[in-house]
Every structure is written in C-alpha cells, then in structure tokens.
Unconditional design. Sequence first.
Length: 284
Amino acid sequence: MSGSAPNLSTVLDRNREHLFRLAIIASVAETDIDDLFTRALEGDYEDEAPWEAVQALRRLGTRLVFDKAAKGAESAEPLVRARGIDVLAQLRKTVGDPTNSFPEESYAVVTNALQQETELQPLNSAISALGHLYDSRAVPLIAAFRSHPDAEIRFSVACALGSFPNDALSVETLLTLTEDADDNVREWATFGVGVLGDEDSAEIRDSLYRRLNDSNEDVREEALIGLAKRHDTRSLPTLIDALQQPAISRRVVEAAYTLLGMDDDQKDWSGQDYANALRQRFGG
C-alpha cells in the first residue's frame, strides 16, 4: 500500500487553518464589502484594479456578498449589472473546490439577467458566468447567442460551452463556431470541441481537418491536437511539417505525443525525434 494517512496533528492543523479562514471571512465588515464593490466599478471594465476587487469578493463568497451582487445584477446601470454577475460567477471557487457557494441561487439570478439583457457588457458577463457555474441547463441559453453580431459575445459563447464539451447541443454549436469569421472564436470553438471534448464522429473529425488549413496558427494547432486525440492520421503531413520548423510550439508537441499514444512529452526529444517516431509508426 503506497502513501500513508495524515496523522492526527496534521488533520487538526488543517482544521484550525480552515476555521481561522472562515473566522476572518465572517469578520469582514459590511463597509469593507461595500468598498470592494465600489472599487469594482472604478476605471475601465478590463482594468486590473477593479478585477482585483471582483476576485476579493469572490474569495469571500459570503451570503452578504451574494445578496449585494444579486442586487447589482438588477441595477439600472449596465456596468453595475455586469460586475454583480461577474462576482456571482465564481463565489468562493478555487482549484481545490470548484463549487460555487450558492449555485442554484446564482444560476437563477444570472439566467434571469441573461434573458432580459440588451447591453453588451452585462450580456457578455452573463454568458461567461453560466460557463463558470457548470449547470448543463444553461447550454441552450448560451447556444442561443451563437449567431450574435458581436464577436465578443460569440467568443464568450465558445468559451462557456467549453464547460459542457460533450453535450450534444454544445458540440453542435461549437462545430458551427469553428467556421466563425473571428479568429478567437474559431480557436476556442476548436479547442472546446476538439481538445476539451471527448465526442468522436466523422462530422467532428472533418471539421477539425478543415481547420488544418485555417489562416490562424492557433486554430491550426488546436485542430492538430483534436485530430491526434481521435487518432486521425490525416493530420500526419501537417504535424510532421510543423515538427520540422525552427520554432515548435507546445501544442504541436502535444499533438505529436498524443498521436503516438504517449501520456506526456519526452523531455529529451527534439521535433525531429517526434517526426521520426511518427514516420516509423504510421509511415509517410
């Protein structure tokens, strides 16, 4: 039996740390929370300082933060609505605990906002938030915006549907978006359906294969990984050519070791080593 259970002292220390953190969160005054919401509205939407305030509110993730964010989502001001939704998207979510503090209530607030919203920024925030909330009921609500005239909205649709990469409607929508006019939309749609998703069909493979001739390098490389994941050797000529370029990206290497059935890259291998291994395995 490998490994060992943590001793009692370690468990108690972890519990004390957790309780200490909760005590700190509980002690944050309402005025401090109000100050964070105020800071979240300062400057331009993409500025670093307001996003730091949003992140701080998310980390707190208390009922009071939820209530104030939910109220903000109903504001007459578009920026206030957007920031309220931004906060609700990831209340107390961490890498170790990806669950929102108030998932059902947050989902209800965000979907209500989405269905009424006409302004671009809060609409964008709502679509993004539904991706972060990981509730599959959101897929048709997100997919409804696949043809929105604004590329930023379509980009958010592609990103959000990446949270549901194996849902049938999500796959259908992402496949549509792989043909989008915008480079970023095509990249994230290709990444979502090809790399994040595990679904496999002739339609998916053919869509990824078409992207090998995309005008955008990032899209082409995401397609290489998606095809390698599905063991589609039509990607072989393009992949070998990419491996023989002076500069080789991480994604090209990932496509190579994936097609070779390896779990990770070979640290001492060059691009030529991968190309030789692919030729030996598949010919060409």
